[in-house]
Design a protein around this ligand. Structure first.
Ligand code: HEC
Length: 196
C-alpha cells in the first residue's frame, strides 16, 4: 500500500463507517510493511469499537517494529494504557522479544506509577471520611443504584463483576481501595473488563 492508500484506509476508520469496511481497512493496513500503516492504526485506535480495537492490536503485535512504535506512542501519551486494556498490557509486558518487553515495562511502570499515585492521594483523602459509622439506608440505596448494575449481592443485581456477598469482612479501608481502583488487583476471570 502506498502512502495515499494508507491515508484512504485511515479515513475509513471513523465511527460512521460500517464495521465490515473498518475490518477490511484494518486488515489491509496490517498487510503492509509501511510504518505509516502502524501510525494510522494507532492514530485511529481511540475511536474504534472494542472488537475493532482487538483487530487493530492484532496487527500491531504482528511486527516487532510496530509493537515498539505502539510503546513509543504510549510513552508520548498518544494512547492510554487503559484504552489498550489489561490483556494487551500483559502481552506487551511479557513480549517474547526481551528488549521489547523491557521497554514496555519501563514505559508502563512510569505511566501507571503516576496514575496510582493520583489514586492513592484520592484514597488517602477519603480515609478520614469513612471513619464514622455510615447511614445504612442511604448506603443501600446508593449501592442498588450504582453498584448492582455490575455486582451481585445476596441473590440480587448482576454478575458481570464479582459477587459482593460477604465482602464486608474485608473492612472499609480495603473496600475503599477496591471501589476507587478496581483494576489494581484483577482476578483473571474478569481480566477483559476495564473499569476506569
Ligand atoms: C462497571 C461495572 C462496575 C460497577 C458499576 C462497580 N464495579 Fe466494583 N468491580 C467491577 C469489576 C469488574 C471488579 C473486578 C476487579 C477485580 O477483580 O479486582 C470490581 C471489583 C470490586 C470489588 C472487589 C471485589 C473482589 O472480589 O475483590 C469491590 C469491593 C467492588 N468492586 C465494589 C463496588 C462498589 C461498592 C460499587 C458501587 C459504588 C462498584 N463496585 C461498582 C465492576 C464494577
Amino acid at each position: 500500500m502506498r502512502t495515499k492508500s494508507i491515508d484512504a484506509g485511515a479515513k475509513l476508520l471513523e465511527p460512521g463507517t460500517s464495521l465490515d469496511l473498518q475490518r477490511s481497512a484494518i486488515e489491509s493496513l496490517g498487510a503492509t510493511a509501511d510504518p505509516a500503516a502502524a501510525a494510522a492504526l494507532v492514530g485511529a485506535y481511540p475511536k474504534l469499537s472494542s472488537g475493532m480495537r482487538d483487530l487493530a492490536l492484532a496487527q500491531l503485535f504482528k511486527r516487532g517494529e510496530w509493537t515498539t512504535f505502539l510503546i513509543d506512542e504510549l510513552e508520548a501519551k498518544h494512547v492510554k494504557p487503559n484504552d489498550l486494556g489489561p490483556n494487551a498490557l500483559f502481552r506487551l509486558r511479557t513480549h517474547p522479544d526481551k528488549a521489547v518487553a523491557k521497554k514496555a515495562n519501563g514505559v508502563l511502570d512510569a505511566i501507571l506509577g503516576t496514575q496510582n499515585k493520583a489514586k492513592n492521594q484520592i484514597i488517602e483523602a477519603l480515609f478520614p471520611q469513612i471513619e464514622p459509622m455510615g447511614n445504612v439506608v442511604k448506603g443501600k440505596a446508593l449501592f442498588t443504584e450504582n453498584c448492582m448494575k455490575c455486582h451481585g449481592y445476596k441473590g440480587e443485581g448482576r454478575s458481570i463483576a464479582p459477587d459482593l456477598t460477604g465482602m464486608g469482612i474485608h473492612g472499609k479501608h480495603e473496600l475503599l481501595v477496591s471501589v476507587i481502583d478496581p483494576n489494581r488487583v484483577v482476578e483473571t476471570n474478569y481480566i477483559s473488563f476495564t473499569c476506569a
